[in-house]
Design a protein around this ligand. Structure first.
Ligand code: NAD
Length: 495
């Protein structure tokens, strides 16, 4: 892919056909087509891996895992520095790849890569942190704790962040000494393939990072494989729930992050510029296809001027330039049905993205403009279910307590934001909510590293967070060693 203007997506003319990691690609029963959300055209194909394919990749990873675990962390980290440099060197090419296969704008694609690099940078710091501790607990008796890798681990990732979500996982996991197998979404496998090539170019031994392509069959083969010790998953809530149960039934360590319906609480005293920009960029960014999108606006009391400002700003968004495409035709059809259902349930469609003009450059893409539904009833599907598109549901509430009750009743728990100029209101939301991540005058409150990422309730199955210290704990075991070397002088109970 060649360099392009700042916003122009260059869809490659020739499709690429990716082989399974470690050729030749035998055993796989079929191939999956990768379709660009911008054009509807085929970007390439990847193997639809079956059990035999997965078994071969796991076997290679198992061979790589032992020497890798014995490589000192400083040596492991030196390769990660090289990988980081290579990602920077190839940033524009990678951003084009992310945008082409996921429908993001180039700016969003770059931002996702840079956020992924923050996790890489965090992982490079692990070599300088004591991995455990040591203490003389009794005369001549030393207790130590060491972080040790788990062996072969896997990560199963969604379509909406082709680079960032895999980079939440593998930099930490491999730096800790694991061999990592990535099963990217079959809708966006090309970026993952490129990242694995850059890991190879950085000098990682074969099998330390592998990519298995395919859909649920490949995921399930990984989850069930006896040599896989831990499963990291990010995706929709129904699949996260299933993955968690399946891996846990094998007695495996599993952390499965799911979907979300994040409320944004709009107080009448909010700074108009901050609130309007924050709300609009939250529900339209990545065409609403992110688990941190604010998709329901709880307008407290009289907020009509602010809501009018939100409608004005959202109506100015141009498809293909300010906002990208939906992942596929199926997502578009699902959103059109949800908008119709909301209207049937009594909502007013105050901004109708179905009427938005598709961009001239990409007429074959999967487009829907920003859509704002007002007077949405609190228990309706538009208020409670994840729609995963650029649709904002406005629920009118009388008090902050009503807004917090709405948040408490949600089955999800990724994020909540509040827009206000009153510190006590902000504090009441931060301390009174049930979500894992809170934004104060911030519409997409993704914690920056080293603060870790993770929600609660049906947005997360398992415990702990996926990045930061949570990632370190998840991808390693804490081994405790108790030694006695010095001759005993007094008679403590371990002497
Ligand atoms: P998805 O659940 O359809 O797919 C995610 C992954 O699971 C893919 O790799 C897919 O191939 C695999 N998969 C599908 N069915 C499976 C099955 N039965 N068993 C095992 N694996 C299976 O999700 P998606 O549509 O790709 O991504 C969008 C969803 O991900 C949204 O719900 C979004 O909120 C969520 N998401 C959550 C977070 C988070 O951090 N909580 C981050 C990004 C996306």
């Amino acid at each position: 892919m060649s360099q392009a203007q700042d916003h122009q997506i260059v869809v490659p003319a020739e499709p690429v056909h990716v082989a399974l990691a470690g050729d030749p690609p035998r055993g796989s029963t079929g191939r999956v087509a990768v379709v660009s959300p911008y054009t509807g055209g085929v970007l390439g194909t990847v193997p639809d891996s079956d059990l035999a394919d997965v078994a071969r990749v796991v076997s290679r990873a198992r061979t790589a895992a032992v020497p890798w675990a014995h490589t000192p962390i400083k040596e492991r980290t030196s390769l990660l520095f090289r990988f980081r440099a290579l990602v920077h060197e190839h940033l524009e090419e990678l951003a084009q790849c992310v945008a082409c296969e996921s429908g993001k704008t180039l700016g969003e694609a770059r931002a996702g890569l840079l956020k992924g690099l923050e996790v890489v940078e965090y992982a490079t710091s692990l070599q300088n942190l004591p991995a455990g501790g040591a203490l003389e607990v009794s005369q001549g008796v030393l207790c130590e704790a060491h972080r040790v890798p788990l062996g072969v681990v896997c990560g199963i990732t969604p379509f909406n962040f082709p680079a960032m979500v895999p980079m939440w996982m593998f930099p930490i996991a491999v730096t800790l000494g694991n061999a990592f197998i990535l099963k990217p979404s079959e809708k966006v496998p090309l970026t993952a393939t490129r990242l694995a090539e850059l890991m190879r170019d950085a000098g990682y031994p074969e099998g330390v990072l592998s990519v298995v392509h395919g859909g649920s069959l490949a995921s399930e083969a990984l989850i069930d494989h006896p040599d896989i010790s831990a499963v990291g998953f990010v995706g929709s809530t129904p699949v996260a729930r299933r993955v968690y149960a399946r891996a846990a039934a094998h007695g495996k360590r599993v952390l499965a992050l799911g979907g979300a319906k994040n409320p944004m609480i709009l107080m009448p005293d909010a700074d108009p510029d901050v609130a309007i920009t924050g709300v609009v960029s939250s529900f339209t960014g990545c065409a609403g296809q992110r688990c941190m999108a604010g998709s329901v606006l709880l307008a407290v009391g009289t907020c009509d001027d602010l809501v009018d400002g939100i409608l004005r700003a959202a109506s100015e968004i141009r498809l293909g330039t300010d906002m990208g495409a939906l992942i596929d035709q199926h997502a578009r059809a699902r959103l059109l049905a949800a908008i119709e259902q909301a209207a049937a349930d009594g909502a007013a469609i105050r901004l109708d993205g179905r009427c938005a003009t598709p961009p001239v450059a990409y007429p074959g893409g999967f487009w829907l403009g920003p859509t704002v539904l007002d007077n949405v009833t609190p228990q309706s599907a538009a208020a409670r279910q994840e729609l995963f598109g650029p649709v904002l549901s406005i629920v009118r509430v009388s008090t902050l307590e009503d807004a917090l009750s709405f948040e408490a009743e949600s089955c999800f728990g990724n994020a909540v934001s509040v827009f206000t100029r009153d510190g006590s209101v902000a504090r009441a939301v931060a301390l009174g909510c049930r979500s894992g991540m809170v934004g104060v005058n911030v519409g997409v409150p993704v914690p920056r590293e080293p603060f870790s990422f993770g929600g609660t309730r049906d947005s997360r199955f398992g415990s702990g967070d996926i990045t930061g210290a949570g990632g370190v704990a998840f991808w390693s075991d804490l081994r405790k060693i108790t030694s006695k070397w010095a001759p005993a002088v007094s008679g403590g109970w371990m002497s």
